[in-house]
Structures are given as C-alpha cells and as structure tokens.
Design a protein around this ligand. Structure first.
Ligand SMILES: C[S@@+](CC[C@H](N)C(=O)[O-])C[C@H]1O[C@@H](n2cnc3c(N)ncnc32)[C@H](O)[C@@H]1O
Length: 231
C-alpha cells in the first residue's frame, strides 16, 4: 500500500500541482479546497492539530509545502506575529496564487512566501521556532524525507517544534491509492506509519516525538496521523 515507492521527482510533483490549480473547473475547485475558506474540507481539525504546537506571537513559523498559504493565513488571522510567518512550496504556480490570497486577506506584511523544495530550505541555521507541514511528506521518497528532516532540524533552534500531519499508512487508506490509479490525483506519493516517521525524526536530531489523535477528518475519508517532534 502506498502509491509509488520508487524515486519521486520534487519538481515534477510541484508542476503537477501547478497544472491542477491553474486550469479550468478543477483549478477553481482546487483553489477553493486549499483556500483558508476551504480548510474544513481536507484539513477539518486543523485548529486542534495546530493547538499541539502552542504557537505564540513571538514564534517564527514556517509552513513547509504551504500550497496557496491557507494555513498561514488562518494562523496570522488569529495570531499577531512579531516576525512575519514564512511559507515555502516547490510549485511556483501555487506560490503565485498564494501571494494573491495573502494580498486579498491584507496580510502581505505578516506572511512571506518563497519557492523552495522541502529538501533545501532557504533559512539560516536555528532561525525558526516552529515548522509545520500538512499533507506534503507523502510526496517525498525515502532519500528526500531524510534530507527534509535534516533541513528542518537545521533551521529549527534547539527546543524548536516540528508539527506534521499526513495520510496514515493503513489498509483504510486504499481509497487514496485507487484514486491515484484512476485519476492521477494526488501525484506520486508514498504513505508511512507514525513509527516510520518517528524513526527518521529520531535519526535526524529530534529527541522527543509525540503522536496525538488528529481527530475526525471529513474528506477524503482516509485515516490521518499527526506528530509533534521537538528538536
Ligand atoms: C496536498 S497539498 C497541501 C497544501 C497545504 N500544506 C495544505 O495542507 O493545505 C501538497 C503541497 O505540497 C507541495 N509539495 C509537494 N512536494 C513538495 C516538495 N518536495 N517540496 C515542497 N513542497 C512540496 C505541493 O506543491 C502542494 O502545494
């Protein structure tokens, strides 16, 4: 179970997302589902999940694989960050749409987005307090996942938090596998269990990894996992 298990090309995944978000009716649907207004669809319990990281206004936050910036917009509407929150995504198209969404929400001074892959984060060592990533890690093959977690450990200060959530690897995730076979949605992916993520987190410098219940998810009806790791 788990879709592709070979090598995954990060740029190609970004381009595929870009094509979906920019073309026709599917583009309109995707932009809604991944907007701040559409968070309830795929990220139903996101507020509860974010609560686990206890983000404060002093925290410098990065959303890794931020898409069109939905989670950062929702966060910045609740928390008056002292320093701008940051987002990176491998898709230039999604970052371009994200800039538009952020401007529409009037948050240009409070959120900064950049194009970057999960395996090369454009931040100084120890520059961040919190890194979040939602529904992104499945698009990394094993080598890229290791590079990504090393990068997250590098850019977090000691004691910094890494909060991640993703589809769980379970027989009940078969729906995702079949949707990929039939429609190409989502692009190449590889599912993992909490134990698999925890092992890689521990090997890359995270000393405490806590699993918590992400709560009920609406769509797609596929189990999720959520982890909070401390650097
Ligand atoms: C399912 S969307 C999730 C978007 C957002 N995190 C959310 O939960 O609403 C997956 C996102 O991951 C991005 N992505 C996939 N592979 C990536 C990589 N290697 N580096 C950075 N971003 C990546 C895609 O471009 C897309 O925006």
């Amino acid at each position: 179970m788990g879709g592709n298990t070979g090598r995954i090309d990060e740029t190609a995944v970004g381009n595929r997302y870009g094509a979906w978000f920019t073309r026709g009716l599917r583009g309109i649907g995707m932009r809604y589902v991944f907007s701040r207004r559409g968070l309830w669809v795929i990220n139903t319990p996101y507020r509860r999940i974010l609560g686990a990281a206890a983000v404060t206004r002093e925290d410098r936050v990065l959303d890794l694989g931020c898409g069109i910036g939905n989670i950062l917009i929702a966060l910045a509407e609740q928390i008056d960050f002292v320093r701008p929150a940051a987002g990176v995504d491998v898709s230039p198209d999604l970052i371009r749409i994200g800039h538009r969404e952020i401007a529409r929400a009037g948050l240009q001074d409070r959120i900064g987005l950049q194009v970057a892959p999960a395996t090369r984060l454009p931040f100084e060592d120890g520059a961040l307090d919190v890194v979040l990533t939602s529904h992104v890690l499945k698009h990394l093959d094993d080598e890229a996942l290791l590079s990504c977690f090393r990068e997250v450990a590098r850019v977090l200060r000691p004691g910094g938090r890494f909060l991640l959530w993703e589809f769980d690897k379970s027989p009940r995730s078969a729906l995702l596998f079949w949707s990929a076979r039939l429609s190409g949605l989502p692009p190449p992916f590889q599912l993992r269990t909490s134990a698999e993520f925890s092992r890689v987190l521990r090997s890359t410098g995270f000393h405490r990894v806590v699993r918590f219940e992400p709560g009920f998810f609406l769509l797609p009806p596929v189990p999720r996992l959520a982890l909070l790791a401390t650097r």
